[in-house]
Design a binder for this molecule. Structure first.
Ligand code: PMP
Length: 363
């Protein structure tokens, strides 16, 4: 079969080199004659994998020593509730910024658990000339108002990314499920970063939590042990059996990322991929994107055909050329090309060539 470029928003494509290595090691990992899926997480080889993967992630993201790195269950949504249960124990309040579908979903979960009165919400997206643009108001206070501020720097469904740092008197909790490791960030600006793995890290189910140690002193709600940050940290993410295969693949993705220039190198490629795709959209009246240029996601490029009666032909023809999973999220419709770290520049070029040819044929 000729090359397939998979633009799925998640679970998303993983680096081909990583998949090949996993394939080669599937029946014999680490010279043990069995798969990594079939060995104890408490055995020395897996504990070494866990240590190495954490060290690689710390190096890649320059995570300071006063942060725990946790490998947890439950994907992105698992963290919607974990954050509340771990930080809003005794009627504490939190502020949620809503910039799209996922921050809205996080807000709803927080309200369900902490009560409407304890969750304040600011909608930060406004339409300017028909384009969605993020406006973050000045956030002022003495720090005592909220236990944390939650936001989602990259909205996977809406294709909205917040590139500017947020100045907040309250600890910042960020859902980086769809843009973690896509560009350099200063971890020390955040009290907690979480990410479901299935975009830039590995298979679904696993989630990564990077949490500043002092946050674990907050009073907690009674909660399930497996989502308890303190217990997870005390047990090196092995309070219960971790998703070992997902962790192994994540470890391989971290090694791969180091080998291709780390996050700095990846960020340059990501910027170029996004630049080429948005340039194609902007150069043709045939396509449009409804996000203000300064908030256009570098990971999830949403676009619509001016004539949506051509949507199904577009998708069918794209698929016949090996350009798959371009259908937009059911809530927003249109198209979406997710171009995470694993998507090579050639995949974006192939999509751009197809888009230009399709537009020319239907002009
Ligand atoms: N947050 C963001 C930004 C996401 O993109 C997603 C999934 N697409 C989630 C949270 C939810 O992740 P999960 O399905 O792993 O619970």
């Amino acid at each position: 079969m000729s090359a397939v470029y998979n633009f799925c928003a998640g679970p998303a494509m993983l680096p081909t080199a990583v998949m090949k290595k996993a394939q080669a090691e599937l029946l014999d990992w680490n010279g043990q004659g069995v798969s990594v899926m079939e060995v104890s997480h408490r055995g020395a080889p897996f504990i070494q994998l866990a240590k190495d993967s954490e060290a690689d992630l710390r190096e890649l993201m320059k995570i300071p020593d006063n942060y725990h790195v946790l490998f947890m269950h439950g994907g992105g949504r698992g963290q919607f509730s974990a954050v509340v249960n771990n930080f809003l124990g005794d009627n504490g309040k939190a502020l949620y910024l809503v910039s799209g579908q996922w921050s809205k979903a996080a807000t709803e979960e927080a309200k369900k658990l902490a009560g409407d009165d304890n969750i304040d919400v600011i909608n930060v997206v406004e339409k300017v000339n028909g384009m969605n643009k993020v406006f973050i108001p000045a956030l002022t206070g003495d720090g005592s108002e909220y236990r944390y501020l939650h936001y989602c720097p990259n909205e996977t469904v809406d294709g909205i990314e917040i590139f500017d740092d947020i100045d907040s008197p309250w600890p910042i909790v960020a859902d980086m499920s769809s843009n973690i490791m896509s560009r350099e960030i200063d971890v020390s600006r955040f009290a907690l970063i979480y990410a479901g793995a299935q975009k830039n890290i590995g298979p679904s189910g696993l989630s990564i939590v990077i949490v500043r140690k002092d946050m674990l002193e907050l009073p907690q709600l009674t909660q399930s042990s497996i989502m308890d940050y303190r217990l997870t940290a005390e047990n090196d993410s092995m309070y219960n059996t971790p998703p070992t295969f997902a962790w192994y693949l994540a470890a391989e993705v971290f090694k791969w990322l180091k080998s291709v220039g780390g996050i700095k190198g990846m960020a340059e490629v990501n910027a170029e991929k996004a630049r080429r795709l948005y340039a194609c959209i902007d150069s043709l009246d045939f396509y449009k994107n409804g996000v203000a240029p300064e908030n256009r996601s570098q990971m999830n490029v949403t676009f619509q055909l001016a004539d949506d009666s051509l949507d199904s032909d577009f998708l069918k023809e794209a698929e016949s050329l090996g350009l798959v999973a371009l259908k937009g999220h059911r809530i927003v419709g249109g198209m979406r090309a997710s171009i995470y770290n694993a998507m090579p520049l050639e995949g974006v070029d192939a999509l751009v060539n197809f888009m230009q040819a399709f537009a020319a044929r239907h002009a």
